[in-house]
Each structure stands twice: as C-alpha cells, then as structure tokens.
Write a protein that binds this ligand. Structure first.
Ligand code: NAD
Length: 351
C-alpha cells in the first residue's frame, strides 16, 4: 500500500490493566474529582459492585442495577432521572456492554464523566459509540461525551463469566478486530492492534472453553477485548456491525449474533479484502481466514446459527434491505442481495 494516507488522533482513555487493579478505582474517581458516584450495573455483578461500594464509602451515592441489552430509551430516561435525583457527579459502570451502554446513555445527555470496570469482552468501554433502542429499531452514534475517561481492566472479575457469555462476547471482540482490518479507514496502527487482538482471543477463547477459571487466559481475552474496543473506536463500524445492529433491533442477542454472522460476512468480503483475511489466518495460525473464524467460534462454544438465535426466514428480506440502504462501509460495494446471502448462510451456520 505505497499510496496509503491516514490521520490519527490520540488514544484519550486512561487504561489500568491487571489482576487486582479494581482496587485502584477509588483513586481514579478522586483524581477525576468524583464525590458523588452513581454505579451503573447489570444483575450478575453484585460481588464486584459490593466491593466498589465499600471502597468508595461516602463517595458512593446510589447504584442502578437494571442494565439490559441495547439500552431501551425508557431505561435510559429512568437512569438519567436517577442520576439527577441523587445529584451524581460521576458514573461508574461495572459490568458488560449493557451496563456500559446504560451509563453512556446518561453521559450522553448530561456530560457526566464515566469510569468503567468491564466484566465481559464487549469492548464498548474503549469507544465513543452509544446506542439506544426503541420500537425494534436501534440508533447509534459517536459522541465524545460517552467516551470513558478511565477503564480499569481486572481479569479476576471475569473468572466466573458463564461459558456461553465468554464465547459470544469474546467473538464480539474478534468481530471488532476483523472488521477493523477490512474497513477503508484502517491504518498500520489499527491493523497491528487488530491482528494482535485476534491472536489473543484466538488463543484464549478455546482455552477458556475447557478451563474457564484460567486467569492467564482470562487476562489474554481481556487484552483482546481492549484491543478490539480500541480498533472499533479508531476504525468505526462497517457492514458486519450494521448487520448485527439491525438484528439487535429485532431483539436478537447482541454478542451471539456477532459470533454467528462474522464467518458469513468474512466469506462475502474475502476476495475484496485479501490482506485482512491473510492477517486473520496468520493470527489464528491457519491457512484460510474464513475457515479459521468458523473454527474459532466452534472451539469457543459460541453461537453459529442465526436461526437458533431467533431469526426467521421471513425476516431476512427486510433486514437485508435496511442494511443495504445504510450503504455500510466495506472493501467493496454491497447490495441487498449480498446481505441476503450472508443472512441465509448465517441462518444455518454456513458461509
Ligand atoms: P451484557 O453486558 O448484556 O452481559 C451479558 C450477561 O452477562 C448479562 O446477563 C450480564 O449480567 C452477565 N455478566 C456480565 N459480566 C459478568 C461476570 N463477570 N460474571 C457473570 N455474569 C456476568 O453483554 P455484552 O455482550 O457485554 O454487551 C452487549 C451490549 O453492549 C449490547 O447492547 C451492545 O450493543 C453493546 N455494545 C456496545 C459497543 C459500543 O462500542 N457502543 C460495543 C460492543 C457492545
């Protein structure tokens, strides 16, 4: 690529990484001037939340624990009302992409700073991308107000992540990396980070399917998620993510959808993006990038069929038309027929 040109801004989020680093959260909150912290979380992270409540002491003013996928606009409005009622001056999200997404929705309308302790591999903590859902349609956007100020990655918090969530959320991070490799906005830094992310996740996810409490593999998966979120923020979203967002709007589960769709999109784009697939194959120590992605999903124990996740054949045409109308970024022009082909393949788990 001798004619490549690119612009690159800095990587503004402060990242703390390592076993036990959750103990650093109160210091980071204080550094940001937080005196009235609202914790935003899901329903399965009580132990991690209780630790933060105790560590923050009087700086913790309330906990909102109802985060669900895709941030329904009603829950975003409720969360904003709670933040106002308790006069919170900082948001601390503890959990997966759903908790981060709800906290981002509050940050978007209020400008409150955000600290994140991620407990899945969604990568959302590294991006300025927000999303909300209303009446079956998902709306997303980029806004610097939702970009977390600090992210504290502690692999010890992920050792009890259920195996299905580990696999699908890990494949979501793989998808961030793979799509970043073929998007027109890629550059040498993005490609290096993305390939390393695929390598980390390719090592970690099959291992975690057998030994879920392996702290070394948990750390590798979390590094992969960090890299995946970072390249998602830098490269943006394209065809793969747009398909998944449309399916998410229909109520299909976010991370498993990424796992099921990725090999079919990779197959569609493999001729147009040979360097991306070569890098994927190299990262996964395989000859064929598309086949290696499929094998990784299987070895990780992730979903491979959209049909199993609830997509009906009669919904395919509408989703395909909607995705094509968005003219998603891709290494080649993509028609509604192309997207239909991807969805039909992914319905049954083919490519
Ligand atoms: P999630 O946050 O819904 O978590 C999945 C399940 O795992 C939940 O039931 C949760 O309570 C549970 N869980 C989380 N951490 C756990 C732990 N350590 N131990 C046990 N259980 C745990 O799922 P997700 O895949 O992390 O996030 C999906 C959401 O994130 C979607 O809404 C998606 O749109 C969004 N997302 C946004 C971005 C972005 O950049 N904006 C990127 C990726 C995903």
């Amino acid at each position: 690529m001798s004619d490549e040109r690119f612009d690159l801004d800095g990587l503004p989020t402060r990242v703390l990484f390592g076993p036990g680093r959750r103990a650093d959260v109160p210091g980071e909150v204080a550094r940001l001037g937080g005196r009235r912290v609202l914790i935003v979380t899901g329903r399965s992270q009580q132990a991690a939340v209780a630790e933060q409540q105790a560590a923050l002491g009087t700086a913790h003013v309330a906990t909102l624990d109802g985060a669900v996928e895709h941030v329904p606009v009603a829950s975003a409005a409720r969360a904003r009302a709670v933040a106002d009622e308790v006069d919170a001056d900082l948001l601390l999200a503890v959990g997966g992409g759903s908790a981060v997404g709800l906290a981002k929705a509050v940050a978007l309308t209020s400008g409150r700073p955000l600290v994140v302790v991620p407990t899945t591999y969604s990568g959302s903590e590294m991006t300025p991308i927000w999303g909300t859902t209303e009446e079956g349609r998902k709306t997303t956007g980029r806004d610097e107000r939702v970009r977390p100020s600090v992210v504290v990655y502690d692999p010890e918090l992920t050792v009890d992540l259920p195996s299905g969530t580990t696999a699908s959320s890990g494949m979501n991070a793989v998808a961030h990396c793979v799509e970043a490799l073929w998007l027109p906005g890629a550059n040498p830094l993005i490609r290096a980070l993305a390939e390393e992310g695929v390598r980390e996740l390719g090592d970690a996810l099959p291992a975690l399917a057998h030994t879920p409490r392996d702290l070394g593999a948990r750390a590798a998966a979390l590094r992969g998620a960090w890299l995946g979120g970072t390249v998602l923020a830098l490269a943006g979203t394209g065809l793969h993510h747009k398909i998944c967002h449309e399916l998410g709007g229909l109520g299909l589960p976010h991370a498993p959808v990424h796992a099921a769709v990725l090999p079919a999109v990779a197959a569609l784009l493999s001729e147009a993006a040979p360097d991306a697939l070569r890098r994927v194959a190299r990262a996964l120590a395989a000859d064929d990038g598309v086949a290696a992605l499929r094998q990784l999903a299987v070895q990780a124990g992730a979903a491979t069929s959209l049909g199993d996740l609830g997509l009906r054949v009669d919904q395919v045409d509408e989703v395909a038309e909607r995705v094509a109308a968005l003219a998603p970024a891709a290494p080649r022009a993509v028609s509604a027929a192309d997207v239909r082909g991807v969805l039909h393949a992914a319905l049954t788990g083919g490519t």
